[in-house]
Write a protein that binds this ligand. Structure first.
Ligand SMILES: [Zn+2]
Ligand SMILES: [Zn+2]
Length: 186
């Protein structure tokens, strides 16, 4: 995507594309990924060591308010973390693996159809749509199946119980009180 058109739309709004803003916009646009503010700050700092965290956060806010980047929470996979992507991409849904955090983008006619159906059904004018789908990627499904297997087999091998994780349904009724804590004053 040409940075010229971004510059144009910013100029219309009376916003100057400073070097720092430009660095961030380019990073977001070029990676094509969904990076959080901290990661963007680290990457931006490599390009301009004078950039500080406050400026980066403020600039992200500005780019968001200017409609140039979209702020996503990606099903809160990373807690309160927010992720940024360019608004210039074609509308797409985010498919998020809740185990490993992998994010896929789904572009497709069904999204446009959904938009049209909502518009005609509610007489609604859709300005933006954000679609997020959470689940497990193919890789994590395999790993989860293995984990379930291990849990089943692990029930016979008590060595795992020392790790502190509950070792199965109903296991360890009053294991919630680690006795190590109580011996402090003794
Ligand atoms: Zn996964
Ligand atoms: Zn995306």
């Amino acid at each position: 995507m040409a940075l010229d058109s971004i510059q144009g739309s910013l100029r219309e709004r009376g916003v100057r594309l400073t070097r720092q803003r430009q660095i961030l916009l380019e990073l977001i646009d070029n990676t094509g990924e969904h990076l959080d503010a901290e990661r963007l700050y680290q990457m931006a700092k490599e390009k301009d060591p004078k950039l500080n965290r406050v400026t980066v956060y403020r600039t992200l806010k500005m780019l968001k308010a200017g409609g140039l980047v979209d702020e996503l929470d990606l099903m809160h996979y990373g807690g309160d973390q927010h992720y940024y992507e360019t608004r210039l991409k074609q509308e797409h849904a985010h498919v998020i693996c809740l185990r490993c955090g992998r994010v896929e983008e789904f572009f497709g006619e069904p999204l446009q159809r959904l938009r049209r159906q909502i518009e005609s059904h509610f007489g609604f004018q859709v300005l933006l749509a954000r679609t997020e789908v959470g689940g497990y990627c193919a890789h994590c499904q395999t790993l989860r199946a293995l984990e379930v297997d291990q849990l089943r087999n692990g029930a016979a091998a008590p060595a795992h119980a020392a790790r502190g994780a509950p070792s199965g349904p109903g296991a360890g009724g009053n294991s919630g009180k680690p006795h190590g804590l109580r011996s402090r004053g003794a």
